[in-house]
Structures are given as structure tokens and as C-alpha cells.
Design a protein around this ligand. Sequence first.
Ligand SMILES: [Zn+2]
Length: 340
Amino acid sequence: MNFELIIGHSEKILQLRQMLASNRFPQNILLTGIEGIGKTQIAKIIAESLLCKNPIEGNPCGNCESCRAFENDLTHPDFHLIEPDESKANAVIKIETIRSLQQLISRAPILSDRHVVLIERAETMNESAQNSLLKTLEEPVTQTNFILVSGVKSKLLQTIRSRCAPISFAPLNSDDIEKILEKIGWDRNESRKFSTLGDGSVGNAMQIKTMIEETNFDLRSDVIKFLNELIDRKDDLILFDRGKSMSENPSKSNFVLIWIFCLKMLLRDLLFLENSKPIYFADSEKDLRNLRMKIATDEIYILLKIAIETQRRIMSSNVNLRLALENFLIRAANFKNWRD
Ligand SMILES: [Zn+2]
């Protein structure tokens, strides 16, 4: 792998390559940004480049003994990947893992002139693991570079954060997501459709596609129906029943989440209806034109804001789904009052 293969993040990549090429790369760095935008892939290229014997303008050469070992399924003896056990519901990196790492990096490196440690989802280190790591970040026994990757940096101790050079990655734009999806083999139409649904993240786009495929339910006509109900509002009970049936749906949070995603896409399509063709609801243009006549632009923005906030609440852990949904419906039902 090398940096040329990365789509998006061009300014950050340039900055990283300059630091790598000048041999002034920070000993510890923390890569942050939402999930599913390529942080880990970039971290692995940084690691390969730091270990490479003949890096070229910050890129790993791909040919030396070190690069070959690295690219052979990450079997490089001086590269240490730490990640939480994803198979468990509560993914955590424990102090025992950090202690074994400390043993490994106390020995001299074998193939390269240093060790490189990559800690994936660093926020899953519990407090004792973080405290244990802190000592090594301050005083490593051997030449060691630490690359921490995190989507939720607020869960990292301030003392850890302050010892790492921060590099934050912005969400991807939908053109870049589209290119990445096409690159991994999606057809053009699907790449385009899901790139906007991904909301800045390739990971999201892929997850939503899977969720939609797994749901035998016409979500798109349902969100159009919902928006019509909301605007016409003859009866508040309709909304109440909807909240009840949605939170009782067996697939629960996934279902509610894609439903909200679909609603967001409907609102976006409505916003851009005048300037361009609908993207996600292309085959329902007539329904959309009818809806558009009944709702003002600022009302669409208000609903979009409520939908985005609800989506964030549901995606953050430990949220009570029923409460989040009720809150969404109450706020959505009053969207017309928000204007004043
Ligand atoms: Zn190399």
C-alpha cells in the first residue's frame, strides 16, 4: 500500500508525507475522525513507511525486506497491532494486552530500526490500560512509534491525548465516497445512491446498504407516507401509533436508524428538487413534487436538523431507543412551530 491509493484527505496526506520524508515524524500520533473514513488504512501506510528501509517521499518503497514482511499479512516482527475483540458486545482493550506489548517492545527490533505500535479503536482501552500505556508513551525503552486511532477521542485520558500529536480527519465528501465504492467493485448507480446516504463515511454507506437489503420493507414509500401524515396532521394518534410500532419492531435500532436515514434522504431530495433530479427517490419524483408544494424550505431544514440529531443520538451508545424515537416524533410533530 502507499498514500497514492488513498482517495480523499489530500491535505492531511500531504502533511503526513512531508513529516515522514523529513524524518521529523512525531513519536506518538493520534488519528481521529468519524468511523469509516479510512483512518486505519492511513495508519497502516504510516507504519509501513516508518519501518521501510528505503522510503520514497514519505511512501513505503514496497520492495525492501521490511515492506515485504509488512505487506505479507502484517507479519512484520517489529509491527504490533492492538485492537479490541470485536466479537464481544463490550469491546475492550485490557491492561494485560498493554503489558504483553510492553514486553515485546522492550526487546531490540528485528527487521527495522524501530518498533511501530498501532492501537485501533484506542478509546476501548479501559482506564488501567490507558494508565499503563501512558508510562510507555513517556519513556519507551526502545525506539518506538505509537499510532493511536480513535473515533471517540473524548474517551481517551487527557494525559494520553496530550502526549500524542493530533491529526484529525474530516468526513469524506460524497464524490470521494462514490469513487471508493466504485473502486471496491460496486456498480455506478449504487455507488452514487449510497455515497450520499453515507453521510461522510464509507463505513456508513456500506452498513446502510446491508441493512436495507436485510429489511423486507418498503422504507422509501413509508417515509413518504410519514411526511405526508406529518404535514397533513389530522390526527395525532397516527404519530403515536407509528412510534409504538417502530420501537416494537424486532430489528429495533437498525431498523429505526435506516428509517431515519431514508427520511433524511427524502428531505435532501426535496431540498434539491428545484435544482437537480432527486437522487435517492428518483422513481418517486411525482410524489416528491406533491410533497414539495406542501412544505416550506425552512421547514425542510428544521426536519432535517431533527433527523440528524436523532440519528446521532441513536448511534451513540447506551441510548434508550424508545425515548429517542418518542423525542424525535414529538419534535417532528411540532416542526411548524419552530419557525417562530
Ligand atoms: Zn520498503
